[in-house]
Design a protein around this ligand. Sequence first.
Ligand code: NAI
Length: 359
Amino acid sequence: MTQTTDPDVEPNRTFEVNDTETVPEGTEQIVVCRDRASRTRAVIAIDDTTLGPALGGVRYVAYPNEAAAIAEVRRLARGMTLKNACAEIPYGGGKSVIIKEDGQGPREDVMRGFGRFVNRLGGAYVPGVDMGTTIDDLATIGQVAPDVSCNHVDPSPYTALGVLAAIQAAADVAGFSELEGVRVLVQGAGHVGQSLAQRLAALGAHVLVADVDEARAAAVAKETKGEVVAPEAVTSTECDIFSPCAIARVVHDRNVHTLPCRVIVGAANDVLAHRALDRRLAERGVLYVPDFVANAGGVVQIHAIRAGWDEVTTEQEVLRIGPRVVELLQRSAATGRTPLEVAEDIASERIGRAVQIPV
Ligand code: NAI
């Protein structure tokens, strides 16, 4: 493992994780980092490296405390293991969060400080863009880390293309022959949500869009000739397809029985607050496509760049998410296992051991 002698970096607090209620079974490594120079705290979780180095994004957001950040990054890292395995790319799963808080140094220092910790992992973790970080941030991290993904390429348009393929596949299985006139509610008009909304509108879907940034929601609604939905009304607004593209745990115990949609497919990681919700959605006849299957377009594109694929091959590979979703939903219908369980089965077959989203 590559080590740094940078005096501004405290030694990593690294420990192997035993199975407990809150930790996904089999997590390989968690690194809690404190960079004194930029007054930055961060957590890196490497969930599984069976299929290759742990690939996963860097979040830069506020958390109530460090424990909350650790819990979140563990779950997200497991999602990346499942995502990369289902997407058939040669990577394991990892994720990291930089805790955003008052009193931190300049952004570049924060990113460089974080990068020094990534460097210590010697390539076992390959960071990428995620909520709150940009390709410029990744370029800064890459100045000190051995390997970063999507250096100057934003994966969001490919993520949106993959989510669209998943929406079309699930819509077809749900009985919509085309997207013309279908009401699709996109939560989050950010990098992925905006691109997705544009593609949906081009196919004639009726786009409803919600964002806590009112101006952004209004702009996307205008360009797609759609409607703005208030952020707090997202889970009570009638639609055919609900596409969460903003935050985690949008589906939870309090709304699972009332969500007024027939299909849920989105880009956001960790859409379900806990795994049992998948079965409750199925019992209501709501088709849920696991987030880590639908939102793999970005990681496929990251692999494409690293593997040297051309544009046409990359798009074809991203669009394979559609047939994968059809196969998954058909296997679910044939076996009585939920879409989430089937996706876990497929990932587990590839990894060679049982891998599940934590409870
Ligand atoms: P982004 O940060 O560009 O956009 C997120 C949008 O959601 C922002 O416009 C924000 O104002 C809005 N938002 C935040 N909280 C909200 C709330 N409670 N209600 C409504 N809107 C809210 O993020 P990006 O890149 O578009 O990603 C969206 C989601 O997709 C994230 O969960 C991310 O982890 C996931 N994802 C993104 C990938 C990518 O290629 N960008 C790849 C795979 C997953």
